[in-house]
Structure formats: structure tokens, C-alpha cells
Design a protein around this ligand. Structure first.
Ligand SMILES: [Cu+2]
Length: 421
């Protein structure tokens, strides 16, 4: 290779390294957009979500709460919510989860047998630990399916990390000042101690000629040369030593902490929230995703079985809220703390805005258009293992009372704005 070419290549490499060092922006979110649209639109629908604050100091708490609906049309490719764990999505241990509830029942443990088509209440209390600006989501971990992430909001934590404390009082009234550092030295001593014994045992064998000489000895039928009587004595001594340490350690621990509660491995059951009567029938006629137009269009037949006229106020899916700006009750239902980027300004546009009268059946076309589909990476309906979509529609009567109904069905991607149906 000529010298000139080599210099040019080195120069290019140096430039590339520099660019890759300077250009990338720090990762702020944590992959919530990576989940496939068929999971995000057809499994857990998070709604009525609020965050108690968006600014707190280290040691102060923020409460994230809302409801979740497990869609009836749960995809076949995703494990059913037989065992779930309610958690939080945030970049590392920047906030500490201090309390969590499903239907007001403590949810430190997993919950089992959640029912599809039903609603559950949830609440998560997080305590500020590291100063910074963090994206905080609720997460439902479903066994076999993985983490299903809800909408996230930016939370600003101020103060000094050194001030963070996680005190706790045990059942016996012992006060632990800070769980972060509680008995860390004891744990380290055990880990280091056993590590030391392991390393010593390895060194005992490694100091001798290794693979080839031992293989030669085996070939010559002199297996007796491989393990000497000193090896046997050392092995026996080590066995007695480890056994002694285990027995001594156990008796010491039991003496220091006479009553221990083992780690809890059970799961809890909570019935879903009471089912409200189904007052609207929805029959999906056609759903299409207009790729260049960044628009989801749903044509459905609605039948109002209630005694009140009903207006379509909101369509929500994958954490996005398309709100019909002409319905005041729907606008009022968006908590001021709900992230603005998840409430597209274009809202929900209907082919006819007149309220559905009691007993009336009408075909209405819903148009949810926004760049958020693209930003939230929800446009890959074409490449999904199952081209279906789903969501919730909120109806409001003249008194502002809400009906929640599910809508789901096949979705067809389209690449030009057509006449529709
Ligand atoms: Cu996030």
C-alpha cells in the first residue's frame, strides 16, 4: 500500500472517529418506540393517566396513576397476561419505586390471571434519587411477552444525589437509615471470602504443568501422577474449611437476625374493576393507515344503546390521544400533566359530528392524522406479523359522562389518499 493511500485512510479514520464522538446525541429515552405496533395498539391501553408533578427534589415523590384496559383482541403472537408485574420505565435507578398498586392492592409481587377486555386501576409512587431530566413511564411486564410500556412524561429531579436516603423500619421496629448501604460490607465480605477460596483452589492446580504434560501422562497410562496425595489432603482440608465457614456463617446470621422473612415468591390475584354496561356497539368496517399522509382512518358502524345522545370524544391507541376538539368534556379529560407530544394538535376528525341519538345506528369515519405516528414508529403495520390494530373510543353524553368502548380489526396500509369507503 502506498504511503499516501495509508495516510489518507488514517486521516479518514481519524475524522470518522471524531465525528462519531461529537455527533451522536446522548440517548434520552429507552426504547419505548421500538415495540411493534401490533403490541402497542392491541395489548395494554393506558388511559386516564396523570403524573402528580413534573418537578421534584431528591427524596420527594411523584405519583403516576391511571387505568389500563387489556384489549379483548389481544394478539395471538403475544403471551396472555397470566402473570404480570407492574413496574416503571426510567433510565436506570434515577428514581426509586417506593409503592405500587393494582386496584389499590399493593403490587410489590406479581399479579396473576388478568382478564382481557377488562380494566384495572394502577398507581406507582416514585422517589427522586438522581438529579436530572428523566422520562418516566408505567410498564406492565407480561410473562412470556416482555415489557409493555405506557406513555412517558418528563420529570425533572433537582438537588444533590448525596442527600438521597431510603430509610425503612422493619417489622420488629429496627430502623435502617439507608437501604442503599445497609449491610453492604457484610455482603462484600461473604462474596470476597468465597471468591478468595475459589481463586486459591484454582491457583493450587494452575501452578502445575497443565494441558500437554497431563495429556502425555494420561497417554502413558500414568493417571496416578495427576492427583498426588498432597492434592487429596488439600482437597479434604478445603472441604472441611468451606463446611465450617457455612455452618459458622449460618449460626452467626441466625444469632444476629433471629427472625427472618424469606424473599416472597408468590403472586396475588385481584378481580378487574366492575364492568360497566356496554352501551355502544361498534362494528369495524375498514381501518387503513395512510403511509404518506401519516393518518389512521377507521370506518365503523356505531349503535347507541343508551338513553342519552352520545358524542365521540377521543380515540386512543399506543399512548397517543386523538381528542375531538369539538367535545368539551373530552378536552377537559386530558390531564394538564399529560405529555403534550402524545396529544396530537390535529385531534380526531369525524365524518359527522352530530351526536348519536339513542337507538341510532350510523357509519362514522374517524380520521387520526399526525406526524406522531411516524415519530412514535407506529407506521410499520405492513411488516407486522399480524396486520391488525386496536384502540379505545371514548363517548360522552351531554352531562359529560363517559363510555369506553374497544375498537379493533384488520388494518390495510395505503400509499395514496383514496376515496375510502
Ligand atoms: Cu421514555
Amino acid at each position: 500500500m502506498s504511503r499516501l493511500l495509508r495516510q489518507a485512510l488514517l486521516g479518514a479514520l481519524a475524522l470518522l472517529t471524531l465525528l462519531l464522538t461529537v455527533l451522536p446525541e446522548p440517548a434520552l429515552a429507552h426504547g419505548e418506540r421500538a415495540t411493534e405496533p401490533y403490541i402497542r395498539t392491541r395489548t395494554v391501553h393506558w388511559y386516564d393517566m396523570s403524573w402528580s408533578t413534573d418537578k421534584l427534589d431528591v427524596n420527594q415523590t411523584v405519583t403516576m396513576k391511571g387505568k389500563l384496559r387489556l384489549l379483548s383482541d389481544w394478539p395471538d403472537a403475544v403471551s396472555k397476561p397470566k402473570l404480570v408485574f407492574l413496574s416503571n420505565g426510567s433510565p436506570g435507578a434515577v428514581l426509586t419505586r417506593v409503592e405500587s398498586y393494582i386496584n389499590d392492592m399493593p403490587a410489590q409481587q406479581s399479579a396473576r390471571d388478568l382478564e382481557l377486555g377488562r380494566d384495572y386501576d394502577f398507581k406507582i409512587v416514585m422517589k427522586g434519587r438522581m438529579p436530572g431530566r428523566w422520562h418516566l413511564h408505567p410498564v406492565l411486564n407480561v410473562q412470556g411477552a416482555g415489557a409493555i410500556v405506557g406513555p412517558g412524561s418528563w420529570i425533572e429531579v433537582a438537588g444533590d444525589e448525596a442527600d438521597f436516603k431510603a430509610p425503612v423500619t422493619t417489622l420488629h421496629g429496627t430502623v435502617i437509615d439507608d437501604l442503599q448501604t445497609y449491610n453492604v460490607a457484610r455482603v462484600q465480605l461473604w462474596q470476597f471470602g468465597y471468591g478468595l477460596i475459589g481463586v486459591a483452589w484454582l491457583l493450587w492446580w494452575l501452578r502445575r504443568p497443565l494441558i500437554i504434560p497431563r495429556w502425555v501422562a494420561l497417554q502413558k497410562g500414568r493417571e496416578d501422577l495427576l492427583v498426588t496425595s498432597t492434592d487429596d489432603k488439600v482437597a479434604a482440608g478445603l472441604f472441611v474449611l468451606v463446611l465450617g465457614i457455612v455452618i459458622y456463617g449460618y449460626s452467626q446470621t441466625v444469632q444476629a437476625f433471629p427472625q427472618l422473612v424469606p424473599l416472597q415468591a408468590g403472586s396475588v390475584y385481584t378481580p378487574p374493576l366492575p364492568e360497566s354496561p356496554k352501551l355502544v356497539d361498534i362494528q369495524l368496517k375498514r381501518a387503513e393507515y395512510d403511509v404518506p399522509g401519516r393518518s389512521m382512518r377507521i370506518t365503523a358502524e356505531f349503535t347507541n344503546r343508551s338513553s342519552q345522545p352520545l358524542q365521540i370524544g377521543e380515540f386512543t391507541t399506543a399512548g397517543l390521544r386523538f381528542v375531538n376538539r369539538k367535545v368539551d368534556a373530552a378536552m377537559a379529560a386530558v390531564s394538564p400533566t399529560f405529555p403534550k407530544e402524545l396529544v396530537p394538535a390535529s385531534g380526531l376528525v369525524l365524518s359527522s359530528d352530530a351526536p348519536l341519538q339513542p337507538g341510532e345506528t350510523r357509519i362514522v369515519k374517524l380520521d387520526a392524522t399526525d406526524a406522531a405516528w411516524e415519530l412514535e414508529r407506529l407506521v410499520s403495520f405492513l411488516s407486522n406479523v399480524d396486520s391488525r390494530t386496536g384502540g379505545l373510543i371514548f363517548f360522552y353524553d351531554p352531562e359529560g359522562k363517559r363510555q369506553v368502548a374497544e375498537v379493533y380489526g384488520p388494518i390495510v396500509p395505503v400509499f395514496k389518499t383514496g376515496p375510502g369507503v
